[in-house]
Design a protein around this ligand. Structure first.
Ligand code: ZN
Length: 178
C-alpha cells in the first residue's frame, strides 16, 4: 500500500522502483508534502534516476509507492530542464483542447489518445521549498496534466475511447495478470 508522509523514517529512496498497474497505490489520492526536507530531495533524485532509466518525461510519487503530491518532469522541448513539483496546482488558461497520444511508465505497452486543454498554469514548490509559477501551452503542459492526474489516482486508461480499449486490450490483460 502507499506510504504516508508520516512514515518517512522507513523510506530508503534507493529501494524505490516504478510500480505498474494495477498496484493499489496508483489509485490513491496523494497527500500534500508537509515539509520539503532532505528526504523529499533524496526521493526527487531517485525519481529522476528512475525516469531517465525508463526514458520517461515525467514521474509522479505515487508511481514509486509514495502517496505524496509531488512529481518530476523533463521538458521534451528542452531536455536539460529537469523540474521537481511539490504540492502542484494546475489552472487551465487556454481551454481549447487537443488530443495526443500518451504513454505512462506504470502502463508499459499502452498508448492512449488523451484530450487535454492546451494552456496550463502550474504553481507549486521546487526541491528547495521555493514557490514556482510557470505557464505553458507547449507539450510540457500536457505532461503536467498527466502527472497531476497521478496525484488524484487517475490513469490514462480511465480516458480510453472504444478504439483505444480495443488496441490496448492485450497489453492491459497482460498487466492485470502480472
Ligand atoms: Zn503516468
Amino acid at each position: 500500500m502507499g506510504v504516508s508522509y508520516h512514515a518517512l523514517m522507513t523510506i530508503d529512496p534507493g529501494n524505490l522502483g516504478i510500480l505498474t498497474h494495477p498496484h493499489p497505490t496508483l489509485r490513491m489520492p496523494a497527500q500534500p508534502v508537509e515539509e520539503v526536507d532532505d528526504l523529499v530531495r533524496a526521493v526527487a533524485v531517485r525519481m529522476f534516476q528512475l525516469m531517465e532509466e525508463a526514458a520517461g518525461i515525467g514521474l509522479a510519487a505515487p508511481q514509486i509507492g509514495l502517496s505524496w503530491r509531488m512529481f518530476v518532469t523533463r521538458d521534451p522541448e528542452d531536455e536539460t530542464k529537469n523540474s521537481v513539483w511539490i504540492n502542484p496546482e494546475l489552472e487551465v488558461i487556454e481551454d481549447s483542447k487537443e488530443s495526443d497520444e500518451e504513454g505512462c511508465l506504470s502502463l508499459p505497452g499502452i498508448l492512449v489518445n488523451v484530450n487535454r486543454p492546451l494552456g496550463i498554469r502550474i504553481r507549486g514548490l521546487n526541491e528547495r521549498g521555493e514557490p514556482v509559477d510557470e505557464v505553458s501551452n507547449e507539450h510540457i503542459a500536457r505532461v503536467w496534466q498527466h502527472e497531476h492526474d497521478h496525484l488524484d489516482g487517475r490513469l490514462i486508461i480511465d480516458r480510453m475511447s472504444s478504439m483505444d480499449r480495443l488496441r490496448n486490450r492485450r497489453a492491459l490483460r497482460d498487466l492485470k495478470r502480472g
